[in-house]
Write a protein that binds this ligand. Structure first.
Ligand SMILES: C[S@@+](CC[C@H](N)C(=O)[O-])C[C@H]1O[C@@H](n2cnc3c(N)ncnc32)[C@H](O)[C@@H]1O
Length: 307
């Protein structure tokens, strides 16, 4: 596999960045005029996609890169999110011992893609499902997850009944639960703009993941983004601790870490017991899945002494 010329890794601050769509943005920037994925990947498109040798090569190389970031040292059970016709999945099955082959379960919304996967007799188990509805597996079922060129589709749903924020939240919450503690997920994705990139990474962080974005060949037309996610539970670097541990030691990776500055700034400016301090604590507890009281104008106000 060829090495990327240049790679950037940005660990993300654990605060959720966006929890809704800012009203000042035109809704059209989030709603490309394309059909939903299950209609887009009809029989004709699914066949064209799967038989293109250019696509086969790109998907294979991105799946190898995702596996490198997962750094699994033994055969594992992997969830392939948006598995399509099995181009990514067949790479998981092809890893030789002692690190592979991996077993995998694929989820996809497009029946035509899964039909081709069946005809190609892929090794994985297949499930027709919409990841925007959640990830319906028993908690802690998977050692790891990959997603190649799929999750940006979650940003396309935007109507009065369906919000992309809600679909992203259901997906990342479900994914977090379905992974073992200390597990990792790597999602290669094609955001249409910075807002989509932020919505996706913000939703992952809100679900509790440690997150960073790795970008191969940044600034070129071949740039590839990988959202690297870890499930907490360990103080070990890279396994829920410091996300930069995931890429430490890799060649040609520049880590751009704005988190420390942010933390120090926060520590200096926020007075203990102040409203900002309380809001911060509440956010931390929410991220840990704790139930916290709603905030109001009274949050953090000093009570008057009653006689
Ligand atoms: C570009 S294909 C990639 C397929 C495969 N991962 C590969 O590398 O060849 C994107 C896939 O994501 C699937 N997808 C998009 N939105 C989805 C959703 N909400 N739930 C499940 N699958 C989805 C599409 O149906 C499609 O098969």
């Amino acid at each position: 596999m060829s090495r990327p010329e240049d790679t950037l890794f940005v660990p993300l601050h654990p605060a959720p960045i966006i929890s809704g769509i800012p009203s000042y943005l035109p809704i059209t920037s989030l709603t490309p005029p394309i059909r939903p994925p299950d209609l887009h990947y009809n029989d004709t498109e699914a066949r064209k996609y799967t038989t293109s040798s250019r696509i086969q090569n790109i998907q294979a190389s991105m799946t190898h890169r995702a596996l490198e970031l997962l750094s699994l040292d033994s055969p594992s059970l992997i969830l392939d999110i948006g598995c399509g016709s099995g181009l990514s999945g067949e790479i998981l099955s092809s890893i030789p011992p002692p690190t592979g082959p991996h077993m995998w379960v694929g989820m996809d919304i497009a029946a035509s893609m899964l039909d081709i996967a069946l005809q190609r007799d892929v090794e994985g188990d297949l499930m027709l499902a919409d990841i925007g509805q959640g990830v319906p597996f028993r908690a802690g079922s998977f050692d790891a997850a990959v997603s190649i060129s799929a999750i940006q589709w979650l940003c396309n749903a935007e109507s009065s009944e369906v919000s992309s924020t809600g679909r992203l939240t259901r997906f990342f919450n479900g994914l977090y639960a379905s992974l073992k503690r200390g597990g990792r997920a790597v999602c290669q994705f094609y955001p249409k703009n910075d807002l989509q990139r932020t919505m996706i990474s913000g939703a992952a962080i809100k679900a509790g993941f440690g997150a960073g974005i790795l970008e191969d060949d940044p600034g070129t037309k071949n740039a590839k983004l990988y959202l690297v996610l870890t499930v907490g539970g360990s103080t070990e670097e890279g396994a829920g601790g410091d996300i930069t541990g995931v890429v430490r030691g890799m060649e040609d990776v520049d880590v751009v870490d704005a988190r420390r500055k942010h933390k120090e700034k926060g520590r200096k400016d926020v007075k203990k017991g102040s409203k900002a301090w309380i809001m911060n604590k509440k956010e931390q507890m929410e991220r840990k899945g704790k139930v916290v009281k709603n905030s109001s104008k009274y949050t953090g106000r000093k009570r008057k002494i009653q006689f």
